[in-house]
Design a binder for this molecule. Structure first.
Ligand code: PHB
Length: 387
């Protein structure tokens, strides 16, 4: 073939690929932006596993479309977040962004998604602003707002009759907002937060702060930590003997995906979250079984959130019959869906955040066991969201 003919043939192939993509016959490009290194690495992996498990259960396709994955390790590093998300938006030209874990990184992702009008599903990061002042039709969260589990924990701490609390967390959006949620719930029951302690993310030098807790002897401590940092905090708390004197509570991330590493130090801890390992429903049982078979690991809340991110996307794509050009049909269906989640059924608020039960859980062995409902069908206040 002469060069001119070859070029014409190549152009035809390329334009067919573009045509196929636009018409909804090529693969849907999903950009996974998650932490694969650092203190939240385990969380990122569980989210990816959960997402892919749901897609596999649909025969590897959503709404009849093949799925193609693009991945970026965001390292839970806000200073690199805009460059990282643009690798997916501009270089890889993805159709949908899925990410991330860290609130600071997710805030940059939400801004980039808004500016480029790319669909974004947030499978963990609870930054209140994403479904508050930054809310947008193209952004949905499959997880929680930081306020929600904090608030549920505060309600339970109040019901237990505690009056004086100290809080401890990393000094960034997720920690501050979880603490605010706790204070809101706790104060409703007549309690008072007497001191907030914090340290920079992702530091784990807890000793000086634990000494301060021991000196002040509050009735209860509320903690927000997750991943590797949560493992170290719970162990240090017990090693300091504080588990014998000052009850420790937290947003359930403190003991989720961490129990094998925390061992004896975590036993008996009470936390509040939108998931419990032992929810005895057919949906949760089959999810946990399939997850364990696929990944040789126990599912946790992060796996659930990844799985539900794929379910929400599927609802949007199915309403549009797989046609990405039908953007309004996709975004409307992603808000209207009732998600049949392993956590129990939940809906999505107008602001794009789950309206869901928050459970009180207790650590027994390697499980966070359900004890009661701390807050029923809890919606985030979504302050500042105008849609
Ligand atoms: C967050 O940064 O929003 C965050 C991180 C880890 C969690 C929960 C929330 O487990």
């Amino acid at each position: 073939m002469q060069l001119a003919h070859r070029l014409t043939a190549l152009a035809a192939v390329l334009s067919f690929a573009a045509f196929a993509q636009a018409q909804g016959t090529g693969p849907i490009k999903i950009g996974l932006m998650l932490p694969y290194t650092g203190t939240y690495a385990g969380l990122g992996n569980a989210i990816e596993n959960g997402f892919k498990l749901y897609v596999q259960e649909q025969g590897g396709k959503l709404a009849g479309r093949e799925i193609q994955y693009f991945k970026v390790d965001d390292e839970s590093e806000p200073s690199k977040a805009t460059d990282n998300v643009n690798k997916l938006i501009k270089r890889d030209n993805v159709d949908v962004l899925v990410g991330t874990v860290h609130s600071g990184v997710a805030l940059a992702m939400a801004k980039a998604a808004k500016d480029s009008n790319t669909l974004l599903i947030v499978p963990n990061a609870g930054a209140d602003a994403i479904t508050g002042p930054m809310c947008a039709a193209n952004i949905v969260r499959s997880s929680f707002s930081n306020w929600q589990p904090g608030y549920g924990t505060g309600i339970v701490a109040g019901q237990k009759g505690y009056k004086k609390a100290m809080t401890i967390t990393w000094n960034y959006a997720a920690g501050a907002e979880a603490v605010k949620g706790f204070a809101d719930g706790f104060e409703k029951g007549g309690g008072k937060v007497v001191k907030d302690l914090n340290l920079p993310f992702p530091n784990v030098e807890f000793q000086a702060l634990l000494t301060e807790i021991a000196a002040q002897k509050p009735d209860v401590v509320f903690a927000f930590f997750a991943g590797g940092g949560a493992v170290k905090f719970v162990k240090d708390y017990a090693a300091a003997g504080l588990n014998k004197t000052v009850p420790l509570m937290g947003s359930g991330f403190l003991t989720d995906g961490t129990l094998e590493a925390q061992g004896a130090a975590a036993q008996g801890l009470l936390t509040a979250l939108h998931y419990a390992d032992d929810l005895d429903t057919p949906r949760n049982n089959s999810f946990r079984k399939n997850y364990a078979l696929a990944y040789k690991a126990n599912a946790d809340v992060y796996a659930v959130q990844g799985y539900d991110a794929a379910q929400i996307l599927n609802a949007g794509l199915t309403a549009a019959k797989g046609d990405l050009a039908k953007r309004d049909a996709i975004t409307a269906a992603m808000r209207k869906v009732t998600v049949d989640s392993p956590r129990g059924k939940f809906t999505i608020s107008a602001a794009g955040n789950p309206v869901q039960d928050i459970y009180l859980r207790e650590v027994k062995g390697n499980n966070n066991e359900f004890r009661s409902i701390a807050a029923k069908a809890l919606a985030d206040p979504a302050r500042g969201c105008k849609l």
